[in-house]
Design a protein around this ligand. Structure first.
Ligand SMILES: [Zn+2]
Length: 253
């Protein structure tokens, strides 16, 4: 199997996992940068993520336009992915979703979403909130063109997640496994923080040092990371699509 075919299978798995873990529903999407052309990315055609098959994956350029236009309906908000890939050469995978538990933190300015649980560390110490109204006034809140998407990508900056006011979030990472993991734990971290606020008293956040320590210990090739991916893929009913990447040479992970 070619590396492109296995990456497409991984992208299908990512779609199914995000659906099964309630990060996306009929809406929301995940993409991955093309392995042979940094100016293109792969994403499903306009379809609920739980229904995505390898034949539904299309190739878009960094303007969000299809490389081969065969008349397929595309996601309205595909520009989010195009703009983030264009702005961030380090990013290889992007998720956009409307996960309910993140929404309060997009509208309550007094409480910032920050890591409070160990698995939430990957959202990073800084989670900016983007408000489409700041530059674009009254819209339907969807990111439907490149100009809006570039503004969102600017707000994201070097961070891993940007919340979107009254809408959801965009997350970015170095690999599909990482962006899925980050996007699954983002709403869980938000839920833990919200419940802790209800208990009252001082909230104990992860320190900068703890966040850095967790990032240092992370490898997308590790047994622990693969274990999660395999577990989620099996739970989402697509373990038959799993292809384990070759272990990197010692010292590179
Ligand atoms: Zn959206």
């Amino acid at each position: 199997m070619s590396s492109l075919d296995s990456l497409i299978q991984d992208l299908v798995i990512a779609n199914r996992i995000l659906a099964r873990e309630d990060v996306v529903d009929a809406y929301g999407h995940v993409s991955v940068r093309h392995p042979d052309n940094r100016h293109r990315f792969l994403i499903a055609r306009s379809l609920a993520p739980d229904l995505v098959e390898p034949g539904d994956i299309v190739e878009l350029d960094l303007d969000g336009q299809p490389v081969r236009d065969d008349g397929q309906k595309l996601y309205l908000e595909r520009f989010i992915h195009a703009a983030i890939f264009a702005k961030r050469p380090d990013v290889m995978a992007v998720v956009h979703a409307h996960a309910e538990d993140t929404l309060p933190f997009t509208i309550a300015a007094a409480t910032k979403l920050r890591p409070v649980i160990h698995a939430g560390s990957f959202i990073g110490a800084e989670v900016p909130v983007w408000d489409i109204a700041d530059r674009f006034g009254d819209t339907n809140l969807l990111v439907t063109n490149l100009e809006q998407a570039r503004d969102l990508a600017t707000c994201l900056g070097p961070n891993s997640v940007a919340l979107m006011r009254g809408h959801g979030f965009a997350s970015a990472a170095r690999s599909l496994i990482e962006v899925v993991r980050l996007s699954v734990y983002l709403p869980r971290n938000a839920r833990a923080l919200m419940r802790a606020k209800q208990l009252g008293g001082e909230i104990k956040y992860l320190s900068e040092g703890e966040i850095a320590a967790r990032n240092r210990g992370y490898s997308p090739y590790s047994v622990e990371t693969w274990r999660t991916w395999e577990y989620w893929a099996n739970k989402a009913g697509c373990s038959h699509l799993l292809t384990r990447p070759d272990e990197p040479p010692a010292g590179t992970s």
